[in-house]
Write a protein that binds this ligand. Structure first.
Ligand code: AVI
Length: 322
């Protein structure tokens, strides 16, 4: 058992204390993804109303050859590097096509979780026996640093899919993309998935399913905090409340306290007061217009080279050069 001082050294602990002591209160959605959170996110991706994954899958199916032509002109060798690969479901459409076309490439999934990577690698070994896979269990930019130190000559194609960029606040997204740029050479490419602005009801339905799966996804972070810090969050006393602002494109998730209550995290020696109907800001899932995307690329020092859409124009995979 760690001492309170050790627990306080932990960034999860300090982030939780900072967020619950602030006005308004907030928690970071990056902590949604423990083992249970990963499983709930899988259920979200399977929900009919969560169109994002299905749209990106359709884009890859429709445009896989056009993507290959952009990535590799005349059999140029490339490294296909995926940030936050997860189960690699959508990427498999590309991997299969690139193998069939005898493209000269290697797949490098990067994920902080060794466990996620080993499941993915086992699956790829079975389903794509000829594929060269080099898993990198690391932080994204540390993994790129290692590849750069090794002075590899292959062109880097970075995949950042699924609208993961939308979970950053605007300034964080710019900072992240500028960092990315520092790790790339002029010939490298970046493929980013963005969820597009659309009929607000379609967006709200994706983040407010009747089955309560997205609600569980949010409440799971309170359970995770209870387990880590011996807390007494009563999840039945919080409601999940998502909003979409068509002006800014921000889709936000809040957990709202239904009554005056106090929550104690024993191992942190902290108690937090909630007033009735006070909210915790849990997640942003930013939606973009094409001009927002152009602007973001420019601010981070990139240029949009090509955009690939699904037929309903729900989603775009945007290929950027520098
Ligand atoms: C991982 N990320 C892109 C998802 C999203 O749509 O923002 C996470 C999610 N949150 C609620 N539903 C899905």
């Amino acid at each position: 058992m760690e001492t309170t001082a050790e627990v306080l050294n932990d960034t999860f602990a300090t982030d939780v204390i900072e967020g619950l002591s602030s006005t308004p209160k907030f928690l970071s959605s990056k902590y949604f993804y423990d083992e249970k959170g990963d499983a709930i996110f899988q259920q979200i991706m399977d929900m009919p109303s969560y169109y994002l994954t299905k749209s990106e899958h359709e884009i890859f199916n429709t445009h896989k050859q056009a993507l290959l032509s952009l990535f590799s002109d005349r059999q140029q060798a490339f490294h296909l590097i995926e940030f936050g690969a997860g189960d690699g479901m959508k990427t498999k459409v590309l991997l299969e096509h690139f193998l069939q076309q005898k493209a000269c490439f290697r797949y490098l999934p990067i994920d902080i979780s060794e466990n996620v990577l080993s499941i993915l690698v086992n699956d790829l070994e079975i389903n794509f026996p000829g594929l060269e896979v080099e898993p990198l269990a690391n932080e994204y930019f540390e993994a790129l640093d290692i590849l750069n130190e090794q002075q590899r000559t292959e062109r880097k194609i970075i995949l950042f899919l699924g609208s993961n960029i939308g979970n950053f606040l605007h300034n964080e997204a710019i900072e992240f993309l500028r960092q990315m740029r520092k790790h790339l050479r002029p010939d490298d490419l970046l493929l980013i998935g963005f969820d597009l602005k659309k009929d607000p009801q379609i967006i709200l339905d994706a983040y407010n399913d009747k089955e309560g799966i997205t609600r569980n996804f949010n409440l799971n972070l309170l359970d995770r905090i209870n387990a880590a810090f011996d807390g007494n969050f009563d999840t039945s006393q919080f409601i999940h409340s998502p909003t979409y602002n068509p002006l800014t494109g921000a889709t936000k998730s809040y957990l709202v306290s239904t009554k005056d209550q106090e929550v104690t995290l024993e191992r942190l020696g902290k108690t937090f007061k909630f007033e009735a109907w006070e909210a915790i800001d849990m997640e942003i899932s930013q939606k973009y217009s094409l001009s927002n995307i152009e602007h973001l690329a420019k601010q981070a020092g990139f240029e949009v080279m090509s955009n690939f859409f699904d037929k309903n124009k729900n989603f775009v995979d945007s290929v950027w050069t520098m």
